[in-house]
Ligand binder design. Structure first.
Ligand code: FES
Length: 114
């Protein structure tokens, strides 16, 4: 069953940019939303390499060029549109995408899988 979380207004996240959300303590209970080139995606904040959280600093999930999601620990690069790892120690694996919808300018994320 879906459990929708209100992640706030779409314009609260820069384009391109990202924002993290922590539901409870621990990487498995947090997720982030990323915007790039019209795409809005949500992923569990858990690197498939070691299970570590990905961000460089709070809310910073994109690389310096805002081209890819980048893991701060060993530098793996993930495609924004599907979370697929293109470079790094977990190449070929993917971030866990969460269902997301934008309704009346607000982001809603299904957190039932967290
Ligand atoms: S923990 Fe993410 S690349 Fe190693």
């Amino acid at each position: 069953m879906s459990e929708w979380f209100d992640a706030g207004p779409l314009e609260s996240i820069d384009e391109p940019g990202s924002r993290g959300f922590a539901l409870r303590e621990g990487a498995g209970a947090s997720f982030f939303v990323v915007r790039k080139e019209g795409q809005v995606m949500a992923f569990r904040n858990r690197c498939p390499h070691t299970g570590a959280p990905l961000e460089w600093q709070p809310h910073q999930f994109l690389d310096v060029d805002n081209g890819f999601i980048q893991c701060a620990l060993h530098g793996a690069l993930f495609r924004v549109r599907d979370g697929h790892c293109l470079r790094g120690p977990c190449v070929g694996q993917s971030l866990d995408a969460l269902p997301l919808e934008v309704s009346e300018g607000r982001i809603r994320v299904d957190i039932s899988a967290l």
